[in-house]
Design a protein around this ligand. Structure first.
Ligand SMILES: Cc1cc2nc3c(=O)[nH]c(=O)nc-3n(C[C@H](O)[C@H](O)[C@H](O)COP(=O)(O)O)c2cc1C
Length: 180
């Protein structure tokens, strides 16, 4: 199995999404010690904004398609995903490679791999909240290319230290279920 770990938090050692992606990968590797791990840190090594020329750069797409399990750290900044992560998504949504349009509508071509997303958010968002553009966007994008993503969420992180600790504990506990 090949695991691809993607991180996009700008908060360094204080990052909750990085803590949770690390734990998910630890759990996956203890279940499969032979798993190969590839890491891409989109903050330490950022991709540029997506341009026409980016279509010639197949590296991100090839790395994604070569992976069986993709673990993504997705912090909420300003109600959406970090621009670093958007630049990565822009390079994997490629017509003819990960989706195609048919007379019956769009068809995802990237199924058969697992995507596990560690969400970290300062607040709590009810289903259908008009300000929630992180989980809804990522679910839509991965569904579009044929994948049902799994989520581990740490929410309410900005409410106060007790809530933050409880949310982190709960998310780390969830990683056991996800990796099982
Ligand atoms: C620049 C910035 C913008 C943020 N914007 C939001 C926001 O719009 N909504 C929210 O619920 N939390 C927001 N937060 C809180 C983060 O989602 C929270 O701190 C989370 O832990 C970030 O993930 P990380 O710890 O992996 O960086 C923001 C945090 C930062 C640093």
């Amino acid at each position: 199995m090949t695991i691809l770990k993607i991180n996009s938090s700008i908060t360094g050692e204080n990052s909750v999404s990085r803590l949770v992606t690390d734990r998910i990968v630890d759990q996956l590797r203890s279940a499969d010690p032979d798993a190969q791990l590839i890491e891409r840190d989109l903050v330490a090594d950022p991709l540029g904004h997506f341009t026409l020329a980016s279509f010639n750069d197949q590296d991100v797409l090839d790395q994604f398609l070569a992976s069986d399990t993709i673990v993504i750290g997705a912090p909420m900044y300003n109600f959406a995903l970090p621009t670093q992560l958007k630049a990565w998504i822009d390079r994997i949504l490629i017509a003819g490679k990960t989706f195609r349009y048919t007379p019956e509508g769009p068809e995802g071509l990237a199924g058969g791999r697992r995507v596990i997303i560690a969400l970290s958010r300062g607040g709590f968002y009810e289903e259908g909240s008009p300000m929630e553009h992180l989980e809804t966007y990522l679910r839509g994008v991965f569904n579009f290319i044929g994948i049902e993503p799994e989520f581990v969420a740490a929410d309410g992180l900005a409410i106060g230290p007790e809530q933050r600790d409880a949310s982190i504990r709960q998310a780390l506990g969830e990683t056991i279920r996800v990796a099982a």
